[in-house]
Design a binder for this molecule. Structure first.
Ligand SMILES: C[S@@+](CC[C@H](N)C(=O)[O-])C[C@H]1O[C@@H](n2cnc3c(N)ncnc32)[C@H](O)[C@@H]1O
Length: 334
């Protein structure tokens, strides 16, 4: 048994962080108890006066910087989080990691061909369907070589492979644990293949080129988005399509669009699907809540509710208030 396998490494790293956090928490608790009256006064000020808003703002600023704006810390953090989640929750049933897409009716369905396993993650797969068929008619995927960057636990690419039947599908993800998960879950063959790699440096693929490159809710994790677009441009065949979907705060969208077109890719379509993503999140709420009750302890529940997009989460609020938009773009290499 390899004790320092990628899976064990991320678990060890997590428990190391947890131990440091617990020690720091204990030290703070001792200080708080030692200076009890001051602690009570501070608690009342922070909890019941406008100072609370200042704390929340500072917290959000630090959080946004670390998770969405910085270069190196953001990349490291997301890399660690996905690797850790896969080691800690190797559940075979959990195969897709995006917020989903639903029509604005009672059941939100666009797909009728899902098996029992896929039905669980219907809305996540519907987002893939929208991406893979954007600008293409279904039959056009036949004979095409598809690359997904940020393929996660592979459920989306597996859907494309099995339902839309392109010539081949390659998935690349930063997280080694997720790549290993995909290899064991779907098996490897010439038509479906997963590799570990970094969106900002796709040299591992450079002897291959692709007709369709997709990117689903992954680009917000990258330290340098423009470098990713350069890599995509190199790997696309002339006439090939790059379809990307993700969320961005409204003030980041202009830069995002400039980066997307910085290498000469021609914008074919742009669609704001925020309302469909919100609908998917609403229709998927019950499943996510049940999942969290079943699989997450108290500590992980608060972490998951932050990222899973349940209705109490900040991302759900920001999408509802249109401070953050969920967009889908198709660009062609001419
Ligand atoms: C929200 S998940 C989406 C996964 C998948 N596209 C899906 O919809 O199920 C984001 C994914 O991006 C991957 N990722 C983050 N940074 C990356 C990078 N620099 N290169 C490649 N993949 C990366 C993560 O490991 C994670 O699997």
């Amino acid at each position: 048994m390899n004790l320092l396998s990628p899976q064990n490494k991320s678990l060890i790293l997590f428990f190391l962080f947890a131990a440091i956090a617990i020690v720091a928490g204990l030290i703070l608790a001792i200080i708080a108890i030692t200076f009890f009256p001051i602690t009570i006064v501070l608690f009342i000020i922070v909890k019941y006066t406008p100072v609370r808003n200042i704390f929340t703002k500072v917290y959000h600023k630090i959080y946004d910087y670390l998770f969405y704006q910085s270069e190196k810390p953001r990349k490291l953090l997301w890399g660690f989080i996905y690797d850790f989640m896969c080691a800690y929750f190797p559940l075979n049933k959990w195969r897709a990691l995006n917020y989903g897409y639903a029509l604005l009716n009672e059941n939100g369905r666009i797909l009728n061909n899902l098996d029992e396993q896929q039905e669980e993650e219907r809305f996540c797969l519907q987002l893939y369907h929208m991406v893979a068929t954007n600008c293409l008619k279904l039959k056009d995927l036949q004979g095409k070589r598809v690359l997904e960057v940020g393929s996660g636990r592979g459920g989306g690419l597996y859907y494309i492979h099995s339902a839309l039947k392109p010539e081949s599908c390659v998935g690349v993800d930063y997280s080694q644990n997720q790549v290993d998960f995909c290899k064991t879950t779907y098996g490897l063959n010439q038509k479906l293949n997963f590799q570990q790699g970094d969106a900002e440096n796709l040299t591992i693929l450079q002897i291959q080129t692709f007709d369709l490159i997709i990117n689903v809710e992954s680009s917000h994790c990258y330290g340098n988005f423009q470098r990713f677009v350069q890599e995509v441009t190199k790997l696309l065949n002339t006439g090939g399509l790059f379809v990307i979907t993700d969320f961005r705060a409204i003030q980041e969208i202009k830069q995002f669009e400039e980066d997307l077109q910085s290498t000469g890719l021609k914008l074919e379509t742009k669609e704001d699907i925020t309302i469909n993503v919100l609908q998917a999140l609403k229709l998927d709420e019950k499943r996510k809540q049940q999942w969290m009750t079943r699989h997450c302890g108290i500590i992980f529940r608060s972490f998951f509710s932050k990222f899973s997009g349940v209705q109490s989460s900040r991302i759900f609020q920001e999408l509802s208030e249109r401070k953050t938009l969920y967009l889908i773009y198709a660009l062609r290499k001419v």
